[in-house]
Design a protein around this ligand. Structure first.
Ligand SMILES: [Zn+2]
Length: 435
């Protein structure tokens, strides 16, 4: 039972820094080093009590501990620290979750833990079952299977089979064309990813990367990533065999189009290379003098990195402002909460009525209805969001489904992290030309 209980930090005044289990990103939740006299967690924050005293922490803790602490959000002044049960989302203990954990531990003792062996191709049936059960056209699943088995006709593979005089990439003429180069590193591929789903870390192995998608935050994001691979490969082939001009913008639009339309790719990919139907205006434009703030967070389990995107539209549906940046946290739901908090900050910059739209139902319910259903990982963030909303009566937060958030999400993903207006405008112009 001990491994399941831990402290979540509000102000950090009621939790012992060394004795209590509170560093939830760490496996054992406790700081291993010891220091006398005993200190409270709040003693390790800066004077404003809003951020961690990283100098102090780095002096006394291991780098793993310091990184884990940096991922913990501090609550507003006066908020309480509390005990939670970490195996349920809301932090309340349940027998069912305890039993589930116990069974999982027993299984883990028998089977090697995933990631502990570095096989290129997983041996587990689960991986293959996952692949063949994906709700995608058969040819896309077969394409993924070829990626995983390293059976794509890349220049390196052709060269090894003596079918090509040299293994160099024909697109950039700079590197050997391995599957990873072709799909991620070649300039056309990396520029496409920056538009579709910015890669937070550089993939080392294509099959591992594909199987890591099993932990993708949503079916939408999974589809986008798979169709991004597919369209990068298609664009590469069209360039080599037909001399078509490479355009990361066009390739990314094709990826979004295929991902949005379940059977579109299967029906039309052979004949069409230009999208006609993206982006669609699925969301009605906001009323006059009312801002609509779409926000979205994403989290990469592999690199433990997260990014948030916030886009503001005004009366005629025109996009007027926004932000996209990396944040530090340790789960997808925290990334969503960070995005809502960022939207609150933007909304508080003036007194124009604003509606914040998030596709995280859990967070929106916790904000508007029942704080006790807030995931325990987001207690501190929720407290900050509530503080903002308390001070800004002109702002409200509503749930929107992913479909309605699609355009904002798409535009947001098209602006590279830290770079805003000019990118959107050029991308939007390209889209409107194509429509
Ligand atoms: Zn290349």
């Amino acid at each position: 039972m001990e491994i399941g209980t831990l402290r979540v930090i509000g102000s950090g005044d009621d939790t012992w820094f060394h004795r209590d289990p509170w560093v939830h990103p760490l496996h054992h939740h406790k700081i291993s080093s010891h220091l006398d006299p005993p200190s409270r967690v709040s003693d390790w924050m800066n004077e404003d009590r809003k951020s961690w005293n990283t100098n102090l922490i780095q002096r006394h803790c291991s780098s793993e501990e310091a990184d884990a602490i940096s991922r913990i959000h501090i609550g507003p002044a006066g908020s309480k620290d509390k005990w939670v049960w970490k195996f349920t989302t809301d932090g309340a203990f349940s027998v069912r979750s305890a039993y589930h954990e116990l069974r999982k531990n027993q299984r883990d003792q028998i089977l090697p833990r995933p990631g502990t062996h570095d096989l290129n191709i997983p041996t587990s049936d689960d991986c293959w079952n996952w692949l063949w059960s994906l709700n995608l056209p058969p040819k896309i699943r077969f394409f993924l299977w070829r990626c995983i088995r390293n059976a794509l006709a890349t220049k390196l593979n052709l060269h090894r089979r003596r079918c090509s005089p040299n293994p160099k990439c024909q697109l950039c003429n700079a590197e050997v064309e391995t599957a990873v180069h072709c799909m991620f590193l070649c300039p056309h591929a990396s520029a496409t990813w920056a538009r579709v789903a910015p890669l937070l870390s550089q993939p080392q192995n294509l099959s591992q990367w594909i199987f890591s998608l099993r932990e993708s935050e949503s079916p939408d994001s999974l589809r986008r990533k798979i169709y991004c691979l597919w369209n990068i490969w298609k664009a590469r082939n069209e360039f080599i065999f037909r001399g078509t001009v490479l355009s990361p913008t066009l390739t990314s639009i094709c990826a979004f189009r295929d991902a949005a339309e379940p059977h579109y790719a299967a029906v039309s990919s052979a004949t069409s290379s230009h999208p006609r139907d993206f982006p669609s205006h699925s969301c009605p434009p906001p009323v006059l003098h009312h801002k609509r703030i779409h926000c979205d967070g994403s989290f990469d389990h592999g690199s433990q990195e997260a990014a948030i995107r916030v886009v503001i539209t005004i009366s005629n549906g025109q996009i007027c402002d926004g932000r996209a940046r990396k944040v530090i946290c340790s789960s997808p739901i925290e990334a969503e909460a960070c995005a809502i908090l960022e939207a609150c900050r933007l909304a508080a910059e003036d007194t124009c009525p604003a509606t914040i739209l998030s596709d995280s139902k859990v967070m929106v319910d916790a904000i508007n209805e029942d704080p006790s259903c807030c995931p325990w990982r987001c207690y501190a963030l929720l407290a900050h969001i509530k503080d903002f909303l308390h001070q800004t009566s002109w702002v409200n937060v509503l749930f929107t489904n992913r479909r309605n958030n699609k355009n904002a999400d798409w535009v947001a993903r098209n602006c590279r992290i830290d770079s805003l207006h000019p990118k959107w405008l050029s991308v939007l112009n390209v889209v409107s030309e194509l429509m």
